[in-house]
Design a protein around this ligand. Structure first.
Ligand code: ADP
Ligand code: MG
Length: 326
């Protein structure tokens, strides 16, 4: 349906999007995930034909977004990060304007306006000035305009940013609903949001593709358990020496606990974690010291994402913490 091929965007000598390639199939909800500054908006602006690329291309159902913008753009409805709403208008007036710009006329225009008002549940506010609407309702109006013209793909750039928790839940529900009838791509810097709504995650950082998979599979692939925490009554030196004999272990850090016990955090190089815990168990069994506690720590996507984030733009990743960097 959409194919992004070796997309690169430079601002001066800064590379915002760096040789990015991925394919979007019809009928899924894609979460475009990345820390602030990762290049999400830049990529979406290029995919929708609002911004030119430095190199690479985007095909929408076979149509190059720059060489054949008309048929390509007809297939896409876009809600940019800053929706182009006219504050003095009502949603009805605004939707009529956008519908006409998309080439709709007469009864068809009327019918579609009613349909999108229905879909986005803005019936109650359709006659009020947009300036008087809450951010949640404004976002719905923005989504409604994206739906006009019956595009097969809906692209939403950070649709939940700046909303209160209830509005966030409502917009997420709306995205899920749209996903039943459309291919949806929405961007977010909130991992949990992407994990709950989408069936494919496209993760980017520094303008490059980091991962592309189903949330569950991604977690499995990237994040099999690789950490073991234990508590023992052995000393630090003895623990280090016992563990150093196990080849799968890549690092051990110990810290003393109250009561003369020792906590050890062990990282392995991956592979069969139970094989490693068995070796640890046997190593201690051969001494007069015991393992009092042993637990496997499964890393999660959140950890990975924070890691990416820390290595990147330096922004924190916290749900509910609204960062508006513009
Ligand atoms: P995201 O949407 O993932 O937060 P953006 O695509 O907005 O990221 O930005 C990616 C990077 O490109 C950022 O470092 C941003 O500062 C930079 N950038 C975005 N737009 C411009 C611009 N018009 N001129 C210069 N740099 C820009
Ligand atoms: Mg953005």
């Amino acid at each position: 349906m959409i194919s992004v091929e070796h997309l690169t965007k430079c601002y001066g000598d800064f590379v915002a999007v760096d040789d990015l390639s991925f394919e979007i199939d019809e009928g899924h909800v894609y979460g475009f995930l990345g820390p602030n500054g990762a290049g999400k908006s830049t990529t979406m602006n290029i995919m929708t034909g609002c911004l030119s690329a430095t190199s690479g291309r985007v095909l929408i159902d076979g149509h190059d977004i720059f060489e054949e913008p008309r048929p390509a753009k007809k297939l896409i409805g876009y809600l940019p990060e800053q929706p182009p709403l006219y504050m003095s208008e009502t949603p009805l007036e605004y939707l009529r304007f956008v519908g006409q710009a998309k080439g709709l006329r007469g009864e068809e225009l009327q019918r579609q306006i009613e349909e999108v008002i229905d879909q986005t549940k803005i019936q109650d506010v359709k006659g009020k000035r947009i300036s008087a609407l809450s951010k949640g309702y404004r976002q719905r109006v923005g989504i409604a305009q994206a739906l006009l013209g019956k595009p097969r793909v809906i692209i939403l750039d950070e649709p939940t940013v700046g909303l209160d928790p209830i509005q966030i839940i409502e917009i997420r529900e709306l995205i899920k609903e749209l996903g039943r009838s459309h291919t949806v791509i929405f961007s977010s810097h909130i991992l949990s949001e992407v994990q709950t709504i989408c069936d494919e995650i496209i993760m980017i950082a520094h303008g490059r593709l980091v991962a592309f998979d189903e949330p569950g599979k991604l977690e499995k692939k990237l994040l099999s358990p690789n950490e073991i925490n234990l508590v023992t009554d052995a000393g630090a030196e003895q623990t280090q020496s016992l563990l150093s004999a196990i080849e799968e272990i890549s690092s051990v850090s110990t810290s003393p606990m109250d009561g003369g016990y020792l906590r050890a955090e062990i990282k392995t190089g991956g592979g069969d974690i139970y094989a490693v815990s068995r070796k640890i168990f046997n190593a201690f069994k051969a001494t007069d010291k015991v393992l009092l506690e042993m637990s496997l720590k499964k890393a999660n996507l959140e950890d990975l994402f924070i890691e990416l984030n820390e290595g990147g733009a330096g922004h924190t990743l916290a749900e509910g913490k609204e960062e508006d960097e513009k």
